[in-house]
Design a protein around this ligand. Sequence first.
Ligand code: UDP
Ligand code: MG
Length: 344
Amino acid sequence: MSTQELVSFVVPIYNEEDNVVLLYNELAEVSEQAKLNSEFVFVDDGSSDLTVSRLREACVNDPRVKIVVLRRNFGQTAAMSAGFDHATGEIVVTMDGDLQNDPHEAPKMIEKLKEGYDIVAGWRKDRQDKVLSRIIPSKIANSIISKATKVELHDYGCSLKVFRAEVVKNINLYGEMHRFIPAVAAQLGVKICEMPVNHRARQFGVSKYGISRTFRVILDLLTVKFLLGFSTRPLHLFGGLGIASGLLGSLLLVYLAFERLVLSIPLSNRPILMLGVMLVLIGLQFICSGLIAEVLVRTYHESQGKKIYFVRSIIQSSNKNPNDSSSALPDNKNRESDKLYRVI
Ligand code: UDP
Ligand code: MG
């Protein structure tokens, strides 16, 4: 099994002292049962209880375990991002550290991924959480997110997801955005599938979130929607709004000028004049914002070497000159399956 791809389990944990050891044991058991070649990356997100010491004690002799201890509480998304940075596997599995996600679901999700997907997202079909504060807001949020991003998933919020490592390594996360990885990744052209998974009620510790998270998620959706649609062409959005507003204002002003100059109707008591002027000014503002955004977008992409495209593979003939056999690849690279084409 040593040639098997390495699976990195990435688990953000914040004050889960009664859950971590049970989780570690469960993960180790599942890994052994499914004969996975795995590593466990636990990210402690500034816990103030015994989470780290208990975890360290439990897995002190296990070389598969990496505990990344953050300096303070940065939030689940940041913790996950730290986990991705420290994961070395070709496959990355994310899950919560509160035992609500069932690790036993991971092997069949990994199998699914190997069928040719880049992301396999868990769907808590039978979710064990409070109906009013969790299940209903989440249903509404999921349908809004699905419609807005055009990536239809039943359960964006389920942390149990399996990724090809290159997907998570190519996405920068901010705010509460870990849940939007499938939507952002879809833009990069990845293949996503959703799988119903078992979900368990929280037994130990308390949830770290209240209802306010729903609003933050919706605000993040706005950012994601804007970045997905217009991050390389902001003027198309701002300019469109600007032209619409400017045109409407100009029409109003032309009409008012006609009334004033031709029909001699006085303008002094016409509030609509104000509206016309404002629409023109707002239109100009929008266009200027769009131009500034265009400049920012260039800095954003070019300063980080970000590409505006994402390559899946490059297919190229291994023989540059068909008559020249000496230009073939060296023996070790010239495998049977690569005779004609080489995938870089
Ligand atoms: N978590 C974290 N940092 C935070 C809040 C939460 O790492 O600031 C972790 C938490 O320990 C758990 C996971 O994120 O492993 C999900 O949190 P929680 O169970 O509170 O969320 P819920 O299931 O209620 O949505
Ligand atoms: Mg939970």
